[in-house]
Design a protein around this ligand. Sequence first.
Ligand SMILES: [Zn+2]
Length: 248
Amino acid sequence: MKVDLDFSYRSYEKILRELINNNYVCSLIGDGETTGKLLYLRHDVDTDFLGVLPLATIEHSLGLKSTWYFLPDCPIYNMCSDNLRRIIRRLSEMGHQIGLHIDATQYGSFQEMVDSIESQYAFLSSFLPISRTLSFHKPASWLLNDVTIPNWVNAYQKEYYSDVVYVSDSNRREFWKEERLSRAIDENRLLTLLTHPLWWKKVSLSSTELFEYTCKVLGCDAVGAYLKATCKVYSQLEPHLLVETNDH
Ligand SMILES: [Zn+2]
């Protein structure tokens, strides 16, 4: 694939166009589609919920559908908040699929994890359009080995992981430079592409800029701005003490 790419929205669109031009057709994880040169587009929303709709809109404009996995217990965002409800509903309106991103390290046993997934799904699906599909957050190696979760489609089961060419931007890897991606395209192989919204911005950011963005927009300074907006005792603080966040 072209090497003049970066982590900008413009580049993401170019990558998708390249795949479309090479006759890839999107299929949602769990749809059961078996024919054609299938592309499983997947996103794990580890932190940057503000980066979700820009990428989803690019995909929608190209006629593509993808699956978005959200952490039900994320320290940065809350799936019950107005902001997240709006984002998730908009994703669904665009035809994208929403699933749960599960941090297996929080559980003492497999059964405890399965029970927790079910109870979180029961609650969240009562007001959000969530499908019975999940992916694992920073999965241990045993979770990559075609693990079956009863009544769930696992994004790491073999149809979407070991049986396809699996490419991801984990650790901000510049996957478009990888030889195996070009080879997969040339050999008409099925493809899973996992991306994380944090890395992708209007203009590709440096590591330092990304760290600042994460702290100021998503992190502790956002809490300060929230206090200023909602609590009288904070509202009079000097502006330079707090970083304003836009209402995204
Ligand atoms: Zn993750």
